[in-house]
Design a protein around this ligand. Structure first.
Ligand SMILES: Cc1cc2nc3c(=O)[nH]c(=O)nc-3n(C[C@H](O)[C@H](O)[C@H](O)COP(=O)(O)OP(=O)(O)OC[C@H]3O[C@@H](n4cnc5c(N)ncnc54)[C@H](O)[C@@H]3O)c2cc1C
Length: 488
């Protein structure tokens, strides 16, 4: 899809706007074909920045921190009331700060993602909000460590870090459009209860997960729709040891990690299991609602994430299909609690303590960038002359792993949005190959991409140059100075 087709889509959406007319209500708010509403032009108040980062999620928080720390006047636009994104709403643990050393005897343990992502973990550790990099004691052919987080404190800690760095954080603010000057972005349109306004800047980073900014800017994209949508819940009033014992006693345990939980080290912080070995009624019920058995925790009586999946027919950018999925996922959450209460010792009084505000998916739009990381790049541990980070985890391990427990490089070009002059992308929205994406989309890789894109955006803004004119040597120097690791 390209700019013209996306603009057409915007018009179609505009047709669904409620007018309050009687015939609109009678039509169930569905505009009739051919009904168009022409929005009057209006003058907006405009503010000037160096860098706009769209989306304060997994990658966006790090991008904004990196940009502001380079001295760029940075605005961060986030539609929710807090930073965090899918890292606090979707997954189980942050994969992965390390290489897969435990799966490859003789391979040295290395922390391959450092810099700002590690700083966030240090800040979380200081307030008891992470398991730390807890070593897997079972299932370490999947990952060597599990880094679990307290999702609520993650929001606070990252919010504070953004404030300390001087980022102008606009939460509850929706990025609704782009201001274009040929292939160059001049600004974004932001909407909040304060009204509609323009944020003008020199460089832009799209960290919206679904590529909203890139789509508005006319970038090419595809919508692979190759993952189920999900909404994960935090479940309280449970007994982690008893859950572990339930899985163990049926010979079903596939993963265990031990780390810091409720202030004590050496405690179980992650378990996963093979449902096929569990009592039939439980396994069948879990299968029916797409409930996965993996969970992590940093608190004694809490499962941080229980994931419920639902295969949606079309992309999450389809508002009306998404609405159906939102309802179905909430039904599944309630069913999951019933299953836990009925079948799992220690969960008799379980209840939902947290839900994600909206469904999550592992990708929506895939934005076309100057380089597309391939499956072979990942599994053959390839590096590039313009690497901006090293990464060593694959979510399909042990079936697919980065060769020899090593790392591959994410090239700078993979973050430069094609056909635009001054737009970067970071997060789940890059990488077209499904198998390669099963690596690059993981939280810690997204965070690393965020650091690279935010730094590059600030340096480009300072030089008043486009993404392709930024000297790589300057970027590399800045990333190394900020603690980024590059070894193969
Ligand atoms: C169900 C599920 C399970 C997963 N499990 C794991 C796991 O166990 N371990 C792991 O490492 N990874 C896991 N992942 C992958 C990983 O969590 C994501 O790929 C990663 O967090 C994506 O980061 P991101 O920065 O691209 O997007 P996000 O973190 O989603 O950030 C996007 C941000 O942009 C904001 N935004 C979007 N559109 C707009 C707009 N128009 N205006 C303003 N703000 C906007 C959003 O509100 C959000 O805060 C999982 C993902 C899912 C969906």
């Amino acid at each position: 899809m390209n700019r013209r087709q996306f603009s057409k889509g915007v018009v179609v959406l505009a047709m669904g706007v409620r007018t309050g007319l009687a015939e609109d209500a009678a039509a169930g708010a569905t505009a009739q074909p051919g009904t168009l509403y022409e929005e009057p032009a209006r003058k907006l108040s405009a503010r000037e920045f160096d860098v706009v980062v769209a989306g304060a999620g997994t990658a966006g928080v790090v991008a904004a921190l990196a940009s502001a720390r380079q001295g760029a006047r940075t605005v961060l636009v986030e539609r929710k009331g807090y930073p965090g994104g899918t890292v606090v709403e979707g997954g189980t643990a942050l994969h992965s700060f390390y290489n897969l050393w435990k799966a490859f005897p003789g391979v040295a343990k290395r922390q391959v993602v450092r810099g700002i992502p590690q700083e966030i973990i240090d800040r979380l550790a200081a307030v008891g909000a992470t398991s730390g990099h807890a070593e897997m004691t079972k299932g370490f052919d999947y990952d060597s460590v599990c880094t679990a987080i307290d999702t609520e404190l993650y929001k606070l800690v990252t919010f504070e870090m953004l404030a300390e760095a001087g980022v102008f954080v606009c939460v509850n603010t929706f990025l609704a459009g782009a201001i274009l000057d040929g292939p160059r972005l001049r600004g974004v349109i932001a909407e909040s209860r304060a009204g509609r306004e323009a944020f003008l800047a020199k460089s832009f980073v799209d960290c919206t997960a679904y590529g909203d900014l890139a789509a508005h800017a006319g970038a090419d994209y595809t919508e692979p729709n190759d993952y189920p949508v999900a909404n994960s819940i935090g479940v309280a009033n449970v007994d982690v040891e008893k859950y572990h014992e339930f899985l163990r006693s049926h010979g079903a345990l596939t993963q265990v990690a031990e780390g810091r939980r409720s202030g004590k080290d050496g405690r179980i912080v992650r378990v996963d299991a093979d449902a096929g070995r569990l009592p039939k009624a439980f396994a069948a019920g879990a299968g029916k609602i797409g409930m996965s058995l993996v969970t992590t925790t940093v608190h004694d009586n809490y499962f941080m994430f229980i994931k419920l999946n639902f295969k949606m027919r079309v992309s999450p950018t389809d508002r009306d299909e998404s609405a159906k999925a939102e309802l179905e996922l909430r039904r599944r959450q309630a069913a999951a609690i019933e299953l836990l209460r009925e079948h799992v010792p220690g969960c008799e009084k379980a209840f939902i303590a947290r839900t994600s505000p909206s469904l999550c998916i592992r990708r929506g739009r895939r934005i076309v960038c100057d380089y597309d990381i391939t499956h072979e790049d990942v599994v053959e541990a390839r590096h590039f002359p313009d690497d901006v980070l090293a990464y060593g985890f694959h979510d399909l391990a042990p079936r697919l792993q980065v060769r020899g427990g090593g790392t591959y490089g994410v090239p700078y070009r993979a973050l430069c949005v094609a056909k635009t002059d001054n737009l970067f992308a970071a997060g789940m929205l890059i990488t077209s190959d499904h198998r390669a994406h099963m690596s690059t989309r993981n939280t810690v890789c997204c965070m690393g991409q965020g650091q690279a894109a935010g730094t590059a955006a600030a340096l480009s803004a300072a030089r008043n140059c486009g993404t392709r004119e930024l000297p790589y040597a300057d970027l590399r120097k800045a990333l190394e100075a900020a603690g980024v690791y590059f070894e193969a």
